[in-house]
Design a protein. Structure first.
Length: 353
């Protein structure tokens, strides 16, 4: 059995399709060719040369390793990890062989059936070395380093949390399969790895009611005057915030903070909307470390002028944006250093699109 990384697009744009169809897809646009009859990587390279004539040979060779893995090396019983745009991880078990769909909408020509074992597992539940591998830019690859498969499988019996088992080194295979065993160091998303480390540190320091103090510090640094409710007497509101020295300006904001590591249910949003009316708030901010259920996300457009949602990624982004303005004691709790790094080729391509 194996553990695979299968991204749902560079920006997780196909994530909903993966989850709704109970399938993982090979999301190479325009690849409307049946890969089942191909007998070798050389035959696949010939197909890719015909479909993508503008690609360099090196680009086609790199893509062929991922495409070949999806079509010929994944197998029923293997597990697949799909990173989410909500900065969580979905884990599924492959239940079907490679399938070609010639009449499918581009790029959903190639798929494998999947039974989702767990969705929206918090990234902080995974050990950092496994997150490093899952943070690769590569779309499809086998995750094998440090006995990752056995450790992730053990998480299922531990409520999808790390068991703390010591990694067991696994030597990479030789030959053709090497490209699909593990992403190279140059393929790792260093920015995401750094964010994972920051997230783990913040959650360890500010879990529970401490997250309210962090959100308050961020709003203070943004120029708001804030009021924090006493524990147990918030009545559905953790913080009140408004601009100006005395907090008499607009917008008047009602803030609810949840530190839970799982996505938030719709009832909390409804509670926030009701509390906004009670305290005379014009707008609301709902913060949840574990993100939000689809029942909340469907309301984003309707409530655009009234409510903002911060998940883990948003909160860290806001934290980093005002880091230099935060209290020294708080910065000492999460000591960070700004560095410059050369952008990867894939990041540069994103900027050019």
């Amino acid at each position: 059995m194996a553990l695979w990384l299968n991204r749902s697009g560079r920006h997780c744009e196909h994530e909903g399709k993966f989850l709704d169809d109970n399938r993982v897809y090979l999301t190479w646009g325009g690849l409307n060719r049946d890969l089942g009859p191909l007998r070798s990587r050389e035959e696949l390279l010939t197909v890719l040369e015909d479909v993508y004539p503008k690609f360099t040979r090196g680009h086609r060779v790199q893509n062929s390793g991922q495409i070949w893995a999806f079509a010929r090396k994944m197998a029923p019983g293997d597990w697949v990890a799909v990173p989410s745009k909500r900065k969580t991880i979905h884990i599924g078990e492959i239940t079907g062989d490679y399938t070609f769909h010639p009449k499918a909408e581009n790029p959903y020509y190639h798929s494998r059936a999947v039974k989702w074992l767990a969705t929206d597992i918090p990234r902080t539940n995974f050990d950092q070395d496994i997150l490093n591998s899952l943070g690769a830019f590569t779309t499809v690859c086998q995750i094998k380093r440090n006995d990752a498969e056995a450790r992730v499988r053990a998480m299922k019996a531990n409520d999808w949390k790390s068991t703390g088992a010591k990694p067991r080194a696994i030597a990479p295979t030789n030959g053709e399969d090497e490209e699909t065993v593990e992403p190279a160091e140059t393929d790792l998303d260093l920015e995401q790895i750094a964010r994972d480390q920051i997230a783990r540190h913040i959650y360890a320091k500010f879990a529970g009611h401490g997250l309210e103090s962090l959100v308050q510090a961020i709003l203070d640094a943004q120029g708001f005057t804030t009021f924090r409710s006493d524990k147990g007497t918030d009545g559905g509101v953790d913080l009140l915030a408004a601009p100006d020295t005395l907090g008499f300006g607009s917008p008047k904001i009602c803030v609810q903070v949840k530190s839970q590591a799982t996505p938030l249910e719709r009832a909390v949003l409804d509670q926030l909307l009701g509390t906004m009316q009670q305290v005379g708030a014009e707008q609301g901010l709902l913060v949840c470390w574990g993100g939000f259920k689809p029942t909340i996300m469907r309301e984003v457009r309707r409530l655009f002028f009234r409510v903002r949602l911060w998940d883990q990624s948003d909160l860290i982004g806001q934290f980093l944006a005002v880091y230099d303005k935060l209290d020294e004691d708080l910065r000492a709790e999460v000591p960070l250093k700004r560095i410059w790094a050369v952008a990867s080729q894939e990041q540069q391509e994103d900027d050019e699109e």
